[in-house]
Unconditional design. Structure first.
Length: 303
């Protein structure tokens, strides 16, 4: 991968986020539209992109290869839990511990990670990213949801959402080694193509709603961002280098872990009466930083 290409693609995504930011500020996009567009992405576009990534035929030489990739992706997601706890201790956070654990552990893998990796690295990396989303969604709606909603009963319905079901279908396609009919594949590709621009517009609109004045008071966001965007991916890289020899798989796992804080942090916090302002500002800062940090991290580790 040419570094100029990666920087260029991240800059394009930043421009799309900027358009979403302006659209929200001039009321072309409102909160209701962003919510509806988010639902469209979660229930249609992202699942379509996941299925389209494997729809032309089995991308793996052997079923064991798929299980290996899924196993490594699961390991990386599982590693996020102790790393999040460690980072909270390093920063000596006393208040909002559950919120910070969520923000350390969960990246914006679905809305930003999958579109970035698919558009920059191509179809094969997109398949790996789709498989990464399977354990990541279990982490999000299992571990992550419990951090915010520990008093509420566990919901299997939330766990098996559309992206998870699409990832399971993608696994089934790989296991059966069949290709989708050309018409279905084209539909999936066209719908999946909505993901990248729509996701960036949504993120930009969300950033426009962030109250920036409080950033000066929350100095913890500076060390938080350094740990979230640098230390956690570096720890994952150090572990994977010990026994993983598939360079594309390592790149996907590291970049997915290096994405900004998951926007679901704001949604979960709002539904449970937690501090949504803290989550919004963390998403804002890490998203802006990611435009530079992701290419630099890639240059440092893979060139």
């Amino acid at each position: 991968m040419n570094m100029t290409t990666l920087f260029s693609q991240m800059f394009v995504l930043a421009i799309l986020m900027g358009i979403g930011f302006l659209a929200r500020r001039v009321q072309v996009m409102d909160a209701g539209f962003s919510r509806q567009l988010s639902d469209l992405l979660l229930h249609i576009a992202i699942p379509a992109m996941i299925i389209a990534s494997v729809g032309k035929g089995d991308p793996f030489a052997d079923i064991s290869d798929m299980l290996y990739v899924l196993g490594i992706c699961t390991l990386v997601n599982a590693l996020m839990v102790p790393l999040a706890a460690l980072c909270v201790r390093l920063l000596r956070i006393r208040e909002d511990k559950a919120t910070f654990r969520f923000m350390f552990a969960l990246s914006n893998a679905g809305f930003m990670g999958l579109p970035v990796i698919t558009s920059v690295f191509g179809a094969r990396a997109g398949v790996y990213a789709a498989l990464y989303l399977l354990p990541n969604n279990f982490l999000m709606f299992g571990y992550g949801a419990r951090l915010f909603q520990h008093d509420e009963p566990f919901s299997w319905k939330r766990l098996f959402n559309a992206p998870v079901c699409a990832s399971l279908i993608a696994c089934l396609i790989c296991l059966t080694q069949v290709a989708l009919p050309a018409v279905i594949q084209e539909c999936a590709e066209l719908l999946g193509a909505m993901t990248t621009p729509s996701a960036m517009l949504i993120i930009g609109a969300a950033l426009a709603d962030t109250k920036l004045g409080a950033l000066r008071k929350e100095r913890v966001l500076i060390p938080f961002t350094l740990l979230r965007m640098c230390l956690i991916p570096l720890c994952c890289f150090a572990l994977l280098r010990l026994f993983v020899h598939d360079e594309t798989l390592i790149q996907v796992c590291i970049l997915m872990s290096a994405m900004p804080v998951a926007t679901n942090a704001v949604i979960f916090a709002s539904s449970c009466g937690r501090d949504t302002g803290l989550c919004s500002r963390a998403v804002f800062v890490t998203t802006l930083v990611s435009v530079i940090s992701v290419p630099l991290l890639y240059a440092l580790l893979f060139h």
